[in-house]
Design a protein around this ligand. Structure first.
Ligand SMILES: Nc1ncnc2c1ncn2[C@@H]1O[C@H](COP(=O)(O)OP(=O)(O)O)[C@@H](O)[C@H]1O
Ligand SMILES: [Mg+2]
Length: 438
């Protein structure tokens, strides 16, 4: 059954306490037959926030299910710790299961339910940004928003469930082997396509918080971007940038953005370069436990990227040499360009996609009989991969599937260093480096 066409006005009377309706021209409300996306600027304008009736005219309402808090409590077993998946700046995320008992005709499927932490630093605006963006944008490399809940002060989001959790946990596992080379490139390529899609929209979107914990992985390691709370509309027309408060995560945010607050799609490209570097080296963007000069990954590793002879000094030792030399050089050169201090010298995400697709097709991975990947101890019975999995390597080419390798840890651990209440764009304050430390 198709999703019901719901009007926001009737479902969200407590969400939008708007005294007067903003003018039609100002809001540029998206009609069903229009290709223009609803602007995020309308959300952040405190003088004239989006109203329920504005949204009821948009495609957003017809794309999403609206859940009650009681329903979401039920499907997550009252947000029990055994269903806990992860947590960032918005609040905890729990696994749940929906089927046609929840809504007649609803496809039975696992979901992830993100609940606003009412004592936290995020709130209605970040929730609304996710609803407005993911309610309108659909792409194989963006996580699918299934619905939401807005009751009194409660704000929740219901997404498709991503079986392998976030890239951070997969790339830096505590007890198991890390990801094989081609899996890393597949993930980089998928995430790059997600960003390229956002940047290529008629009204470009700047994601603003690209990092390993916001890249989610499907059972076959298809990467999807999640967590759109900080996303912003990009510059349009003759504008070169948009000016904002500086928000994002230490270690990933582009230096010129941190210095000036000037936001462009090139800021995302820089963050993409940081993630590429993490994929190459197996090291976190920031890590206080490393020797002082190696704590900031970009500062330490960037000089090695331009010299192919020095590249093996920074490659992840856990790859045990099982990677394409040619591919590593191409990825290193791409990361080097993405991390350029001059935003104009950075490649577009479309170019990054092309390079990564090339690397995916290279066949020069050294021959080895097989790589054994030990399964991780399972927390939940239904997640048990049961069998030991292998990756066969035959005649220098990876064969077969990249099978179940790791389990999400699902540890209740807050992402650290998530900075939101930043300074004004003119400020040159230096933030404490707390992101990504464990
Ligand atoms: N759809 C999902 N499927 C599986 N796990 C998820 C899903 N969404 C979020 N998570 C887990 O919850 C964590 C926090 O989610 P995220 O959307 O980044 O929240 P925040 O906005 O609080 O940073 C993710 O890093 C991931 O581990
Ligand atoms: Mg997050």
């Amino acid at each position: 059954m198709a999703i019901k066409n719901i009007t926001w006005k009737s479902y969200l009377p407590t969400c939008f306490k708007v005294k007067c309706l903003p003018s039609e021209s100002r809001l540029r409300v998206l009609k069903q037959d229009s290709i223009q996306r609803l602007s995020l600027a309308d959300i952040s304008d405190p003088g004239s926030p989006l109203s329920a009736s504005d949204l009821s005219n948009s495609v957003i309402a017809s794309n999403l299910h609206i859940f009650t808090l009681a329903e979401l409590k039920e499907i997550t077993n009252d947000f029990s710790s055994s269903n806990f998946l992860g947590e960032g700046g918005f609040g905890p995320v729990h696994k749940g299961f929906i089927d046609d008992k929840c809504r007649p005709g609803m496809e039975a499927q696992p979901v992830a339910v993100k609940l606003l932490d009412l004592d936290g630093t995020q709130g209605h605006r970040e929730w609304m940004t996710e609803v407005v963006l993911l309610g309108q944008l659909r792409h194989p490399h963006l996580v699918k928003l299934i619905g939401y809940c807005c009751e009194d002060e409660h704000r929740l989001l219901v997404y498709e469930y991503m079986a392998r959790g976030n890239l951070q946990n997969q790339l830096f596992p505590r007890y198991t082997s890390s990801l094989p080379w081609l899996t890393r490139i597949k993930i980089a390529s998928g995430a790059a396509k997600g960003l390229a899609f956002l940047h290529g929209e008629e009204k470009p979107v700047i994601y603003r918080d690209f990092k390993t914990s916001n890249i989610l992985l499907d059972s076959d390691y298809t990467a999807k971007l999640s967590d759109f709370g900080l996303a912003k509309d990009g510059p349009e027309g003759n504008e070169t940038h948009v000016s904002t408060r500086v928000m994002g995560t230490h270690g990933y945010a582009a230096p010129e953005y941190v210095m000036t607050g000037h936001l462009t799609t090139m800021n995302d490209v820089y963050s993409f370069g940081v993630v590429l570097l993490e994929l190459l080296t197996g090291k976190r963007a920031l890590d206080k436990s490393r020797p002082a000069r190696e704590q900031n990954l970009v500062k330490w590793a960037r000089p090695f990227l331009k010299d192919p002879h020095k590249l093996d000094r920074i490659m992840d030792p856990r790859l045990e040499g099982q990677y394409s030399m040619e591919g590593a050089k191409k990825v290193a050169s791409l990361a080097f360009q993405c991390l350029s201090h001059n935003p104009k010298s950075r490649p577009t995400m479309n170019n990054a996609v092309k390079i990564l697709e090339l690397v995916l097709n290279l066949n020069d991975i050294p021959v080895s009989s097989f790589v054994y990947i030990a399964p991780m101890e399972c927390k939940r019975k239904e997640d048990d991969p049961k069998a030991i999995q292998y990756e066969e390597i035959n005649e220098g080419k990876l064969k077969g599937n990249v099978n179940q390798i790791h389990q999400e840890k699902g540890e209740r651990k807050k992402e650290k260093g998530y900075y939101r209440h930043m300074h004004q764009p003119s400020s040159r304050a230096v933030y404490s480096d707390t992101a990504c430390s464990v």
